[in-house]
Design a protein around this ligand. Structure first.
Ligand code: GLU
Length: 311
């Protein structure tokens, strides 16, 4: 299988300029290294009707193309089940019956890093498990035997982060993002992962899981996010930040593409021009504050967004 990069949007709504900028960068990283570029729709969760088509239209409008068909995670349940079966056979999973609230209220294990699962269900007896099964369905967690792992990132260098007993399958039966992403990247031959740096903290978990599954760990490049004027991650409420809204305000997709390219120091025009001079070493390492487009009201508001995505 030839090597590949990818873009993997969650179809929860229209892509905004921050997502589009990440897509352009992922495309440039892949194409500049002779890789294929694949499109995977991460629709296990948060899918909104019509959003996938809208997102793909937006990507095409700014010149991001991809090889082969679009892969959807909802079509790949067997692969995820096989991976969980493999881990379970190796004694590397357990059932967890905790509610979110119970996890928050549980005393954390000594020396456990903040945010790590406290291990409540790790060593239940058969009888305890039986009793809990009668009350609510189980989630499946990884039985991790490390507390942290280190990954290499093209932009961040060596990065060490928490690995806990994270969820592989939720108790509503939905495969967790951290499992699906690892299984899909390996199954699709993706050996270069370029995405927003809000996902860097999840990456040690994913790399650790890939190793347990005997899957190769891809090269990672976590690119800076786009922020609003208040320094919070850009969101829809920040005014005209989608291609649709910008078009209504008189800014076409070419102008948006050119603004995004300029923000990473690359020449305007067709993405091929940017490709000819693209060098990851020259990428800005700081987040970019979306300046709005000339003549377009930048939008007010902005409670900083809390909560992590997909983790
Ligand atoms: N689907 C995730 C998102 O849109 C991205 C996951 C990834 O690139 O690994 O936030």
């Amino acid at each position: 299988m030839t090597s590949a990069g990818r873009f993997a949007p969650s179809p929860s709504g229209e892509l905004h300029v921050g997502n589009l900028r990440t897509a352009i960068l992922a495309w440039l990283f892949a194409r500049s290294t002779g890789r294929r570029f694949l499109m995977r729709v991460e629709d296990l969760d948060r899918a909104r009707a019509g959003a996938e088509a809208e997102q793909l239209r937006g990507l095409t409008a700014i010149g991001v193309d991809w090889d082969g068909g679009v892969v959807r995670q909802t079509d790949r349940g067997q692969l995820y089940t096989a991976a969980i079966t493999q881990l379970t056979a190796a004694g590397l999973t357990y059932e967890c019956f905790c509610t979110r609230r119970e996890i928050q209220e549980a005393p954390s294990a000594p020396h456990a890093p903040q945010g790590a699962y406290p291990g409540t269900c790790r060593n239940l007896s058969n009888a305890e498990r039986e009793a809990k099964r009668a009350v609510r369905p189980a989630a499946i967690r990884l039985r991790a035997d490390v507390a942290e792992a280190t990954v290499r990132d093209v932009l961040h260098g060596s990065y060490t982060g928490v690995v806990d007993d994270f969820v592989l399958r939720r108790n509503d039966g939905v495969t967790a993002y951290n499992l699906a992403v690892v299984v899909d990247d390996a199954a699709q031959g993706i050996d270069q992962v370029v995405r927003g740096d809000d996902l860097l903290p999840s990456t040690p978990r994913q790399a650790y899981l890939a190793a347990l599954l005997n899957m190769p760990v891809p090269e990672y490049a976590h690119v800076p996010l786009v922020l609003n004027a208040d320094g919070a991650r850009l969101a829809k409420r920040d005014g005209a930040v989608t291609l649709t809204d910008l078009a209504l305000a008189g800014v076409n997709a070419d102008a948006v593409r050119d603004a995004l390219l300029a923000s990473v120091g690359l020449p305007a025009g067709h993405l091929e021009h940017a490709l000819a001079v693209f060098d990851p070493a020259n990428l800005p390492r700081e987040p970019w504050v979306w300046p709005g487009m000339p003549g377009v009201h930048p939008g007010t508001s902005a409670r900083p967004r809390t909560g992590s995505r997909g983790a």
